[in-house]
Design a protein. Structure first.
Length: 407
């Protein structure tokens, strides 16, 4: 059995019953849907997913393995068919041809994005925008590797886009420098990922009782993307064990938690991502990062209860906190000060290395009726206000701080 496929199955098995938000949300096409890994299918060799609308999707092991092998071979490819470039075969087309040739059946193309979602959530792949040599832009999935061959002027290699410069941290930019991947064998032109992003999705809203999974998306001009995070395949046990513990109402904070995990995996650090309710013991971890949304200017009660329950042990460990609120779409002094006061509820219980503050995402479909009326009359803006570059830079900052203390 292919090693990456086996590890993916282990990931699915470990997260059976967990709710995920599709990382395809970063493409801004209204695909920020939730799904649950309902059954890992160790006996049936089929993975069962339950979608937001209660629809069930069943995916055969062998189709997932073929997708993993395909990504290993191509290293980057479009998710969907690219109409304007006949030389590039998409993941959907590859799997369609494979299934037809294997058992003469027609592939249900609706399951392909979920196969790729599992690959991305597991950490073997990463989503991002890409373009061919002819300038055709498309949504793509790239293999997540830490080391790639350097591109020369004569190579027809795939290269990731340069990260946007940040006035705040040159070191963070260096952490986000792109790696290069080998060109797809099916394309005569090099495919160049541009504005590639980490695998993540929705998040919570401070001061609101709204859902994290907004169907509305902001203008593309407002979205800031960060480079694909290439995940190390080797683990260094000497670097300790990190826990990212999150609380959430609708799955959004979980996506930010998973994106932070990627930064630590870059260095081969063993990193677990768990919902707070599923954590019984924190003693084996060297660093605990706690993530929580803010609703009506309050932390979720289970977050505070988690800290109180494990306080004695958390005081003996490195601990950091990140909070997510819609008010942080404007990071002015007033909003930052307000969020600092809110985070003090945790800060008074344990020592915190740092507190990350990220803007959220708001969905009108899940708001109380009164607040939904406000949206209709444009009294409050809806959309996705997360800045993935900020999130990535904070994750890298925590990783550097952690390594400086443990090495």
């Amino acid at each position: 059995m292919n090693t990456n496929f086996k590890n993916l199955l282990d990931f699915v098995s470990e997260n059976e019953g967990q709710i995920f938000s599709s990382p395809r949300a970063l493409f801004g096409k209204g695909e920020e849907e939730l799904f649950t890994i309902e059954n890992a299918g160790s006996e049936t060799e089929e993975i069962s997913l339950k979608l937001e609308n209660n629809q069930k999707i069943v995916i055969k092991y062998r189709l997932i393995e073929e997708a993993v092998l395909l990504l290993e071979d191509k290293e980057i490819l479009p998710i969907y068919p690219v109409k304007s470039s006949d030389n590039i075969l998409s993941a959907e087309e590859h799997l369609k041809i494979w299934q037809s040739g294997t058992d003469n059946t027609i592939l249900n193309i609706k399951i392909v994005p979920y196969i790729l979602d599992l690959i991305v959530l597991f950490g073997f792949g990463a989503y991002g925008w890409a373009k061919s040599g002819t300038g055709d832009k498309f949504a793509a999935i790239a293999i997540a590797e830490k080391k790639h061959k350097k591109q020369t002027a004569n190579d027809e290699n795939i290269k990731t886009a340069e990260p946007k410069e940040s006035d705040d941290s040159n070191d963070s930019n260096k952490q986000n420098e792109p790696k290069e991947t080998k060109d797809s064998k099916d394309s005569k032109e090099p495919i160049e990922p541009e504005d590639a992003v980490k695998n993540n999705d929705p998040d919570e809203h401070g001061g609101h009782e709204n859902d994290d999974d907004a169907k509305g998306t902001p203008d593309n001009e407002k979205k800031q993307n960060i480079p694909v995070r290439y995940v190390s395949q080797s683990i260094n046990k000497d670097l300790g064990h990190v826990l990212i513990a999150y609380s959430t109402k609708h799955g959004s904070t979980a996506d930010i938690a998973w994106s932070i995990k990627n930064s630590f995996l870059d260095e081969g650090i063993i990193t677990d991502v768990k919902r707070i309710q599923d954590i019984d013991d924190v003693r084996k971890y060297n660093l605990v990062i706690i993530g929580t949304p803010v609703y009506d200017n309050k932390l979720l009660p289970e977050t505070v209860e988690f800290v109180r329950l494990h306080r004695n042990w958390l005081l003996k460990r490195m601990t950091a906190l990140f909070i997510v609120g819609i008010s942080l779409k404007e990071k002015n002094d007033e909003n930052i000060l307000n969020m600092s006061r809110i985070s003090d509820e945790i800060g008074k219980l344990i020592d915190l290395l740092d507190v990350g503050m990220f803007a959220g995402k708001i969905s009108p479909e899940n708001l109380p009726f009164r607040k939904r009326l406000n949206k209709i009359f444009n009294k409050e803006a809806t959309g996705d206000f997360r800045n993935w570059q900020d999130i990535g830079e904070w994750a890298d900052k925590m990783k550097k701080l952690y390594l400086s203390k443990i090495i």
